[in-house]
Design a binder for this molecule. Structure first.
Ligand code: NAD
Ligand code: MG
Length: 379
């Protein structure tokens, strides 16, 4: 029996993780759950799963949860306590599913404590990739990607890295793949969040619409698989059935396919190196529409170009890219800027920032704060 901690339990990945755990009560125990403000949803989860700990990072929400709960679950408050549950001696697996830079510290703590990390929070790697990967290695932690593309590559790489030429991340292209650039000027947040294939939280949905999600994933792949920018490419594949490919020098290409449902990825990460039932319908290729592949349009989706540029630049550029993106996406979701302005805020932030090395966590956090200030001024 493995004790599972879900950081970000009330989100989309949290929900899919619980759905897989529900299918295997003999293998997984929900030991601790965290959420930000939605205490009502957390209350329902506590009643169902009876975890040892329930943590609300928002202190008012924690108080409300405490007053409403009538079981033995211990309620914790505040983001510092994320570290307690991530590193608790009884914790086996940590699902890192908080959205944004807010998920970094606890994911790093899980790495320090040598846990198996099921990594959905790609922003941790974008912000602190070098430190994070070193911490995983030094503490014998296990890092299993929970991103469909990276899981696909991780699965394909089980056959080894020898003769690897490059990896190719597939991108659905989001809801605006075929929308002319002029029409993008008036896109609403709800339209941007209506993804054709995947059901996700609002921040990553906007990231998918701008293709910044793919940009963050290129950086994520750089750290996860120790590859440089030239070894990582992106291909648009609107059906989201082929979840990425790896190409070898002998001309072979390996790929992992499946219906677009994160439960497959999560089940793989939970059971690795075994495989367990995920509840996802088997893929029936004969019933699918034709599979299409296109090169990405970097003029229309400038965020992807900025992400490649930040990766090539290195140092603090990737953290600045992430920070500016978080600020710009939030402003867009709150109707403060237009859809196409997201890319502009990011580009301008990167122009204004001095490119320096960031070797310490302190420098990373300073850079994040500084880039957020610049992006906020640009709004
Ligand atoms: P979501 O918005 O649905 O859920 C986010 C979770 O984080 C919630 O439980 C929320 O309570 C918590 N949270 C939000 N702000 C917080 C804060 N400041 N402090 C602590 N907790 C906070 O997001 P999601 O779609 O589940 O995505 C989570 C992560 O997984 C993101 O990093 C995303 O990029 C990644 N991811 C998601 C998918 C997907 O299909 N949804 C796929 C791949 C990767
Ligand atoms: Mg992905």
């Amino acid at each position: 029996m493995k004790n599972i901690v879900i950081l970000g339990a009330t989100g989309s990945i949290g929900k899919s993780t619980l759905a897989v755990v529900d299918l295997h009560p003999d293998k997984f125990n929900i030991f601790a759950l965290s959420a930000h403000t939605n205490w009502q949803k957390m209350l329902k989860l506590c009643q169902k799963y009876q975890p040892d700990f329930a943590l609300m990072t928002n202190k008012d929400a924690a108080l409300k949860l405490q007053n409403a709960l009538d079981n033995n679950t211990q309620v914790l408050a505040g983001s510092k306590n994320l570290n307690e549950i991530a590193s608790h001696p009884q914790t086996d697996f940590v699902m890192a599913a908080i959205v944004g830079a807010a998920g970094m510290a606890s994911t790093l703590t899980a790495a320090k404590a040598g846990k198996r990390i099921l990594l959905a929070n790609k922003e941790s790697l974008v912000l602190a990739g070098d430190i994070f990967i070193n911490t995983v290695q030094e503490n014998n932690a296990e890092l299993i990607p929970v991103d469909s593309e990276h899981s696909a590559i991780f699965q394909c790489l089980q056959s080894g890295k020898s003769g690897l030429r490059k990896i190719e991340l597939t991108a659905s292209g989001g809801p605006f793949l075929h929308t002319p650039i002029k029409a993008l000027k008036t896109i609403t947040p709800d339209a941007a969040c209506a993804h054709p294939n995947w059901s996700m939280g609002r921040k990553i949905s906007v990231d998918s619409a701008t293709l910044m999600n793919k940009g963050l994933e290129v950086i994520e792949a750089h750290y996860l698989f120790a590859l440089n920018a030239e070894q990582i490419s992106v291909v648009v594949h609107p059906q989201s059935i082929v979840h990425s490919c790896i190409h070898y020098t002998d001309g072979s290409t390996l790929s992992q396919l499946g219906n677009p449902d994160m439960r497959s990825v999560i089940a793989y990460a939970l059971a690795y190196p075994k495989r367990i039932y995920s509840g996802v319908a088997p893929l029936d290729l004969s019933q699918n529409s034709p599979l299409e592949f296109y090169p990405p349009d970097l003029d229309k989706f400038a965020c992807l170009r900025s992400a490649f540029a930040a990766l090539k630049q290195g140092g603090n550029a990737m953290g600045a890219l992430n920070a500016a993106n978080e600020i710009a996406v939030e402003a867009f979701l709150n109707h403060k800027i237009k859809f196409l302005e997201i890319a502009k805020v990011i580009e301008k932030t990167l122009e204004k920032i001095d490119n320096v090395k960031v070797d310490t966590l302190e420098a990373i956090l300073d850079n994040d704060k500084n880039a957020r200030q610049i992006a906020t001024q640009l709004l």
